[in-house]
Design a protein around this ligand. Structure first.
Ligand code: PLP
Length: 476
C-alpha cells in the first residue's frame, strides 16, 4: 500500500469510526453469534497474494462486526466498563503510526517523560500523597504481580530471584474473600503457592475484617512462615466492597508487611473529594493500582501503578544486558525495569489527550453522573415489591435479583434469575453479568460507559421488569 492509498483509506476509516460511534446504539450489545460462527468465515491460511484494502475492509464489516460485543454501547452494564473516548482513539491512531517501542528513555524520550508527568497528574487528581511514583502497566493484574514480586524480594532479603523460592520459608499473601481472581493468578505466577494465599473473612459489608487479618498474620509468624504481602481492595469486582485501609495499613506496618492497594475500578471515583475517605491511610501503602482503561475514558490498555519505593521495584525487576546499556541511564528513567515485559507501547499519549481534552472538572462531572444513575436504578429496584438488592450500591455498582412475592425456594430463584439474565442479554438491548452473593445468584448492574445517560438506565430497568415478569415461574 503506498502512502496515497494509506491516506485515502485512512479518511474512509475515520468516517466509518465516526458513523459507528454515532450509531452504536443500533447494535445488539452482546454479540449474537454461536461459537465457531466467526471462525467459519475466516480463511484457513494467509493469502499467498495481497488483497485489496476495499476487500479486506468489506470483510471486516461482514465477518468481524457481527462477532463484536459493543463495550462502547451506552447500555453496557456488564463487568466493569472498558472506557473509550474520541480523544483517546485519536491519540491511539498517532501512536499506531509512530509505533515506537518505549522500553528505554532513549528509545523515545517523550514517551518516558510524558509517562512520568501524566502519572503525576493522575496522582494529584486522585489525592495520592506526594512521593508515589507512577508507571503505566498493561493491566492491574500485572501491577499486582509486580507488587507481589517486590514484596517477595523484600521479605526474603532480596534472595528470591537469586536463590529460588525453594530456599526460603513459605511466604504468605493476605487478601479478602472478595478479592479479584488476579490475586490468585499472580500468586501462582510468582511461585508463592495458593496454599499460602490467605482469604481473610469479610464483614457484613463484604470488607476485609482487620482483626481477622491480624490473627492470620500472627498465626503464620508463630508457625515460622513469612507474612509477605497484603492486598487491600477498594471496590471489589463482585459487590464493590471497600477494605478499611487505615487499620490494614497499621497491621502491615506493625509486622513489616508490604501493602498493595487494588483500586482497579474504584480508583477513578477518587477524583471526587467525597470518596477520598477510601484512601485514608494510603500514605503507608507500598503500592497502589487503578485502571484508567476501566472508568477514566481511556482505551485499554492503561493501568496506573504507583509505588512508594521505585528502587525496590527496580531492584526486583531490573536487568541490564550489554545491548540495553545507554549513556544517560543514571540520569533518566528506563521504564523497562518497572514491569515484567521489556517492550512497552507509548500509552501515556492517550491519557495526555484525554485529560487535556476533557479537563479534570468534566471528568469529575461524568464519574459523578454515573454514580447518580446507578443510585437511581438501585433505588427503583429497592422499591419494587418483586425485586431486591442482594448487595447495596457501592459507587456505581449494585447486585440485584428478581424475587416474585411468594417464591422463596433458593434454587428456583437462582434458575429464574439465570434465565432472566440470559433473556436480557440475548435480546441485545442491554448487557449485564452475574455474580454470587452469599450463595445466591445475583445480577450485577454497573454504570460507567462513557456515553451512558439516564434514558439508557431507565430503558434497562423497563426491560428488566418486562422480561422478568414475563418469565414462567418454575418451582411455584
Ligand atoms: C478489573 C479488576 C482487576 C483486573 O484488571 P486488569 O487490568 O484486567 O488486570 C483487578 N482487580 C480488580 C478489583 C478489578 O476490578
Amino acid at each position: 500500500m503506498d502512502n496515497e492509498e494509506f491516506r485515502r483509506h485512512g479518511h474512509t476509516f475515520v468516517d466509518w469510526m465516526a458513523d459507528y460511534l454515532a450509531g452504536v446504539e443500533d447494535y445488539p450489545v452482546m454479540a449474537k453469534v454461536q461459537p465457531g460462527e466467526i471462525a467459519a468465515n475466516l480463511a484457513l491460511s494467509a493469502p499467498e497474494q495481497g488483497e485489496a484494502m476495499e476487500q479486506i475492509f468489506a470483510d471486516f464489516q461482514r465477518v468481524v462486526m457481527p462477532g463484536i460485543t459493543h463495550w462502547q454501547h451506552p447500555s453496557f452494564f456488564a463487568y466493569f466498563p472498558a472506557n473509550s473516548s474520541p480523544p483517546a482513539v485519536l491519540a491511539e491512531m498517532l501512536v499506531a503510526t509512530l509505533a515506537p517501542q518505549c522500553m528505554l528513555w532513549q528509545t523515545s524520550p517523550a514517551a518516558t517523560e510524558m509517562e512520568t508527568r501524566v502519572l503525576d497528574w493522575l496522582r494529584q487528581m486522585i489525592g495520592l500523597p506526594e512521593g508515589f511514583a507512577g508507571v503505566i502497566q498493561d493491566s492491574a493484574s500485572s501491577a499486582t504481580l509486580c507488587a507481589l514480586l517486590t514484596a517477595r524480594e523484600r521479605a526474603s532479603g532480596w534472595r528470591g530471584n537469586s536463590d529460588g523460592l525453594a530456599a526460603l520459608p513459605p511466604q504468605c499473601v493476605y487478601v479478602s474473600e472478595q478479592v479479584h481472581s488476579s490475586a490468585d493468578k499472580d500468586v501462582m505466577v510468582a511461585g508463592m503457592g495458593l496454599e499460602y494465599l490467605r482469604k481473610i473473612p469479610v464483614d457484613a459489608g463484604f470488607a476485609m475484617r482487620p482483626e481477622a487479618l491480624a490473627a492470620a498474620i500472627e498465626a503464620d509468624l508463630a508457625a515460622g512462615r513469612t507474612p509477605c504481602c497484603v492486598i487491600a481492595t477498594l471496590g471489589s469486582t463482585g459487590v464493590g466492597a471497600i477494605d478499611p485501609l487505615r487499620p490494614i495499613a497499621e497491621i502491615c506496618q506493625r509486622h513489616g508487611v508490604y501493602l498493595h492497594v487494588d483500586a482497579a475500578w474504584a480508583g477513578s471515583a477518587l477524583v471526587l473529594e467525597q470518596w477520598r475517605w477510601m484512601i485514608d491511610g494510603v500514605a503507608a501503602a507500598d503500592s497502589f493500582v487503578f485502571n484508567p482503561h476501566k472508568w477514566l475514558f481511556t482505551n485499554f490498555d492503561c493501568s496506573a501503578h504507583f509505588v512508594r519505593e521505585p528502587d525496590d521495584l527496580v531492584r526486583t525487576l531490573g536487568i541490564l544486558p550489554a545491548y540495553l546499556k545507554t549513556r544517560e541511564a543514571d540520569r533518566v528513567i528506563d521504564y523497562r525495569d518497572w514491569s515484567v515485559p521489556l517492550g512497552r507501547r507509548f500509552r501515556a499519549l492517550k491519557l495526555w489527550f484525554v485529560l487535556r481534552s476533557y479537563g479534570v472538572a468534566e471528568i469529575r462531572r461524568r464519574i459523578a453522573a454515573h454514580m447518580d444513575l446507578a443510585a437511581e436504578a438501585a433505588g427503583w429496584m429497592d422499591e419494587a415489591a418483586d425485586f431486591e438488592l442482594l448487595a447495596p450500591l457501592s459507587l456505581a455498582l449494585f447486585n440485584f435479583r428478581y424475587h416474585p412475592v411468594g417464591l422463596d425456594d433458593p434454587d428456583a430463584l437462582d434458575r429464574l434469575n439465570e434465565n432472566l439474565l440470559h433473556d436480557l442479554n440475548d435480546s441485545g438491548a442491554l448487557y449485564l453479568t452475574q455474580n454470587n452473593v452469599n450463595g445466591a445468584y445475583s445480577i450485577r448492574f454497573s454504570v460507567g460507559q462513557t456515553n451512558t445517560e439516564r434514558r439508557h438506565v431507565a430503558a434497562a430497568w423497563q426491560a428488566i421488569q418486562d422480561t422478568a415478569r414475563g418469565l414462567p415461574l418454575a418451582g411455584r
